[in-house]
Design a protein around this ligand. Structure first.
Ligand code: ZN
Length: 490
């Protein structure tokens, strides 16, 4: 592997040269969605970020085992140890089997990921399918002396752990700060300390999702599924653990503590976190009324949206920011992304229209180097995009005859675009009017133009104008020629 790839490691807080534990192979675990609601804008960023990393590692020649879990034991959003299981609650209210709810939203998540051109991970394990592994993992922590049983539940003993290892390494917090940040809720009295967290929870009588265990009929704590499933499929040591920055504390901090307590060492070598999406500068949240599902984005059916945005526009929008930078959503930013994507795609198409010259005035290897260096520098997708944009300008000049390219160099440029824009950034041509694809609407437009021709033959000018104006309003410009009628998308 010729490129020296550096990746920012949240654990060490610096960019490190990427070296896999096993030559040529990479094990990567990413925290996936909780499936008790529609996939939303917040899901798009981690999905696209780790898809970019997956695609890039594969392009470097690594054999990658990418594991992304499905949290279908719903419980836990913020009050990770308390509260009714979210899937169970929805199931109870709608009289559904909990697995019906989980299945429904898992399917919707998969469809949205397909639309975003996110490649399916190698393994997608569900928490509910790995209860035995989780019970075994809890037992290992108990055996190692870093957990205690209290009233049928099992809690992680943070203080005991902190005496031997340091709790809070990833998030940089110490125990005093964590105590201050812990909301003391009713029913937490089973715990010895407020910062202790549940490995296994005894189920209350009305709790539907429950499994037998040595301690009680209950369910695993949220953090447990990732420790159990990552080590099951990737081994006790693996290369990359990823997720959104919002998962760093408590989820990933607890995962590190669990794995270290059970195994005696860290399981993941590089911790990678994507930054969050804000909406018009605000955090996204149901209570703020700015919670936008991916379907609403694709159809434009949310009151904050002035139009629909195609999945590739969303993907391009995410990739235009570095994954560790904040990304603010606004209609203006998405419209700019839509235009930018269109310009990039047209640039690639223009390559086919250039008349090859005997000698080149441009050097395509410069583009290749810029793209390779940007990706190798902690996945700098915005720099890749900016290099491609610079070359779209040069390509347009070559098409106008102001620059020259040989046939070989044209092919070389096509290959660079395919590698970086399509294979690694994962962009693709969209068959929609917005992305410039005519195919889907052609039969409809031809039919209307036929009707217009009939109206004109009958000298029904009003009907003819109405059809022309209607098409115009839909962004289709009609041009009458001597030998018939032509049309184009605006
Ligand atoms: Zn996780």
């Amino acid at each position: 592997m010729e490129t020296e790839f550096t990746l920012y490691n949240t654990l060490t807080r610096r960019k490190e040269r990427f070296e896999p534990l096993t030559e040529g192979r990479v094990g990567m675990y990413v925290c996936g969605p909780t499936v008790y609601g529609d996939p939303h804008l917040g899901h798009a960023r981690p999905a696209v970020t780790f898809d970019l990393l997956f695609r890039y590692l594969r392009s470097l020649g690594y054999k990658v085992r990418y594991v992304r879990n499905i949290t279908d034991v719903g419980h836990l959003e913020h009050d990770a140890d308390e509260g009714e299981d979210k899937i169970a609650k929805k199931a109870r209210l709608e009289e559904l089997e909990p697995m019906e709810v989980a299945h429904h939203y898992t399917e919707r998540y998969h469809r949205a990921m397909d639309e975003l051109n996110v490649i399916t991970p190698s393994i997608e394990p569900c928490a509910s399918g790995h209860i035995i592994e989780q019970i075994t993992f809890v037992q290992r922590i108990l055996d190692a002396g870093f957990a205690y049983i209290s009233n049928g539940s099992v809690y992680f003993d943070v203080e005991k752990y902190n005496e031997k290892y340091r709790y809070g390494r990833l998030s940089g917090r110490n125990l005093d700060e964590i105590v201050l940040g812990t909301r003391e809720l009713d029913g937490q009295s089973d715990k010895r300390h407020p910062y202790d967290f549940a490995l296994w929870k005894k189920a209350s009588p009305e709790h539907i999702m429950r499994w037998p265990s040595p301690w009680s009929d209950g369910f695993p704590g949220w953090h447990m599924e990732c420790s159990a499933m990552s080590t099951k499929y990737l081994g006790d040591r693996f290369d990359i653990h990823g997720g959104g920055m919002d998962l760093m504390f408590p989820h990933h901090e607890c995962e590190i503590a669990q794995s270290t307590a059970a195994l005696g060492h860290d399981s993941a070598r590089y911790w990678v976190h994507n930054n969050m999406i804000t909406i018009n500068g605000q955090k996204m949240g149901k209570s703020l009324g700015n919670f936008i599902t991916l379907e609403e984005l694709f159809t434009g059916s949310h009151r904050l949206l002035t139009q629909a945005y195609s999945p590739m526009t969303i993907r391009f929008f995410v990739l235009q920011a570095h994954y560790r930078s904040t990304l603010d959503f606004s209609n203006e930013a998405l419209q700019a992304a839509e235009k930018g994507l269109d310009r990039l795609m047209k640039g690639y198409e223009t390559l086919a229209k250039i008349q090859p010259a005997a000698a080149s005035t441009l050097h395509p290897e410069e583009l290749e180097t810029r793209c390779a260096e940007a990706m190798a520098d902690d996945l700098n997708s915005p720099m890749v995009i900016s290099a491609l944009f610079d070359w779209v300008r040069l390509i347009n000049q070559a098409a106008d005859g102001k620059e020259q390219l040989t046939a070989d160099d044209i092919e070389r440029l096509k290959a660079v675009f395919r590698r970086y824009a399509f294979d690694i950034l994962g962009l693709k041509e969209e068959k929609s009017a917005a992305a410039g694809g005519r195919d889907r609407i052609t039969p409809l437009v031809e039919m209307l133009l036929d009707e217009r021709l009939k109206a004109r033959a009958a000298k029904d000018w009003a009907a003819s104008d109405r059809i022309r104006d209607g098409l115009q309003a839909a962004g289709i410009r009609v041009k009458d020629r001597k030998d018939g009628t032509d049309w184009e998308l605006e």
